[in-house]
Write a protein of this length. Structure first.
Length: 131
């Protein structure tokens, strides 16, 4: 892993079949998952084997672009579903706070503090009491 990377916490190594695989969860992996799964990342469920397979596949694409979903099936079978779930969960937890922080920083750079969305209106206070 390159120590100069913006978000090194989003990369995790996984050993299987005498080979090291690197999972990287950044925007590209999230987009790939959403495209293939047909649902947003936030709708990911631990119970879905298809979703787990796609999350692993998407995370491998940066360093292993030739790996197929079928290859990931074999990888999961080798490592075990429990271990794969542990590694993917740790990788996603490492990546998502950093992604949220980057989004907050981008909003701040654009002049909008996170959590303080611009509001429409005249800026005058009104009340329900009428005189």
């Amino acid at each position: 892993m390159d120590p100069g990377m913006d978000d090194p916490g989003s990369e995790f190594a996984l050993e299987a079949n005498g080979r090291i695989y690197t999972l990287r969860y950044g925007n590209r992996a999230f987009r790939l998952f959403e495209r293939e799964a047909g649902k947003p990342l936030g709708a990911l469920t631990a119970e879905s084997i298809q979703e787990m397979t796609l999350v692993v596949w998407a995370g491998l694409q940066t360093h292993h672009p030739d790996i197929s979903v079928e290859d990931v099936d074999e990888l999961i079978d080798t490592v075990g579903y429990t271990e794969m779930t542990r590694v993917v969960t740790a990788a996603l937890k490492a990546a998502l706070p950093a992604a949220a922080l980057k989004a907050a920083r981008a909003q701040a750079v654009e002049g909008e503090a996170p959590g303080n969305a611009a509001r429409a209106g005249t800026g005058k206070h009104t009340s329900s009491r009428r005189s």
